[in-house]
Design a binder for this molecule. Sequence first.
Ligand code: ACO
Length: 311
Amino acid sequence: EEQALEAGFRQLVESESRIEPRDWMPDAYRATLIRQIAQHAHSEIIGMQPEGAWISRAPTLRRKAALLAKVQDEAGHGLYLYAAAETLGVDRAELTTKLIEGRQKYSSIFNYPTPTFADVGVIGWLVDGAAICNQVPLCRTSYGPYARAMIRICKEESFHQRQGYELLMTMMGGTTRQRAAVQDAVDRWWWPSLMMFGPPEGSSPNTARSMAWRIKRHTNDELRQRFVDMTVPQANRLGVRLPDPELRWNPDREAHDFGTPDWDELYRVVRGDGPCNAERIAHRRQAHEAGTWVREAATVHAAKRAAGTAR
Ligand code: ACO
């Protein structure tokens, strides 16, 4: 019987139908989705911190309003994704516990500091640009609730990317110091942005199986290449230099050649040894503990409503 179920599942996946929560699925497919969606959700929530630090210091009311909206969007993305993970039978509280105990990962990129306001622009341009490259194909991922969550997330990410690029355009038209701040931020974020796509072919243990299940639609290297090709003309228009001496157009491949990211750095940061890992987790833990009374009050209120005694 198991074999018939497995064959039915494969047939659904291969015919580009979506797998829905009540459908039969192999245990390993479920576990892979929980792993990826939970990591993705945690990344959205931890990702509120590097830019959130600039909300109270934004230079104008307009910049503050845009940044506030953006950081709120990240919270929303985390919520859609935790909800998608819950359709697979896990509990959101349990996922949060795993995050703050360091038992589940989140994206390496959010462990780098944001010392200047140019970092806000560069995160929008490069980090959200990389997120879009990685996430647009996930709108066609085989698990229905994840695919549907990604559609809305991608629309919002493209707003984030544009606000970052527009901010940088403004700074590049400003003073010498402002232009230098943008270049410095690009120098610091370029390589970590390429690392967001994950380890290269041969060092990415999950890719082959996730692609066979159509959870992932492209390899990490394919998406990294797409990101480089998309970003180079934008850098030229902006007037910034990308910090890679090997970066050049290759007419034979009709794509850019580029240097190799420092994979040891990626592994160090993923292991917990990046510049801001401890700070990010400590902050998340503190926010979670400070929210205890809200969760308790909401639970009591829900029980009263269910019993018809809420006022
Ligand atoms: N940061 C942290 N961990 C990473 C990173 C990274 N940049 N890249 C890879 N890893 C982890 C993987 O999660 C995996 O760990 P695990 O097996 O313990 O779970 C391990 O390194 C090996 O990598 P892969 O075999 O390539 O793993 P996978 O097939 O899951 O591919 C990828 C990694 C591309 C990140 C994939 O999970 C994905 O597309 N996730 C959804 C997008 C996402 O999470 N984006 C978050 C950042 S964008 C944003 O939030 C704005």
